[in-house]
Design a protein around this ligand. Structure first.
Ligand code: GRF
Length: 205
């Protein structure tokens, strides 16, 4: 009999702390989902060691002519593993319509700032250098523009006197894990209706 739980496909490139938080929450019975597959764009990503029992693949960008062809290979793997929801968790590549189209409204990303402020790389450092007093993290649906899709939920994190990029990143990361788990929980519960850019969470957060 097939597993009725929401099946996650997690895309990673690095450390994998968000992946580890997902795997742990599932093991604790706190998240009604399963990790169907973990796909990494980096051969030596620490995340590949944090997938629990889930199958992992390193998909080498060097083996594909362009980003669209690469994303086509990811889609084949996601489909082969019955993925319902794609989670970008520290995934460091720009995704193309080849990946977005088949998973529109079913692909989410976690970003370490309050979007639309500080999109792109090193968002924590951008916030510090800008002199912002509050930053945070955002979980959003992925569309064709980078760090731009409909916002699902956000958590604010104050910037403190004497903060460094490392200290601030640690405090944001703690909130990222909570926010991402909460968003996946909403999807698993069939919430998160989307109307244009507006995502409702039915009063639940
Ligand atoms: C997180 O800060 C995430 O927001 C960003 O990349 C980092 C990944 O961390 N997109 P990890 O690999 O989940 O530990």
């Amino acid at each position: 009999m097939s597993d009725p739980r929401l099946t996650l496909g997690i895309l990673v490139s690095g450390r994998g702390s968000n992946l580890a938080a997902i795997v742990e929450a599932i093991a604790d019975g706190a998240l009604p989902a399963r990790v169907g597959v973990v796909l990494s764009s980096k051969k030596d990503a620490q995340a590949l060691q944090k997938a629990g029992d889930a199958p992992t693949y390193f998909v080498d960008p060097a083996g594909y002519a362009d980003r669209a062809e690469y994303d086509g290979a990811l889609v084949n793997l996601l489909k082969a593993h019955g993925v319902d929801l794609v989670v970008l968790a520290g995934y460091m590549r720009w995704v193309t319509p080849t990946l977005i189209e088949p998973y529109r409204g079913r692909i989410i990303n976690i970003h370490p700032s309050l979007l639309p402020a500080f999109p792109g790389l090193r968002a924590q450092r951008q916030a510090l250098e800008h002199g912002a007093k509050i930053t945070g993290c955002t979980v959003h649906f992925v569309d064709e523009k980078m760090d731009d899709g409909p916002i699902i939920a956000q958590t604010a994190v104050p910037i403190l006197e004497g903060d460094t990029e490392a200290l601030l990143s640690d405090r944001i990361l703690h909130e990222e894990h909570r926010l991402l788990l909460s968003a996946i929980g909403h999807v698993a519960a069939g919430r998160l209706p989307l109307d244009g850019r507006i995502v409702s969470v039915g009063g639940v957060s």
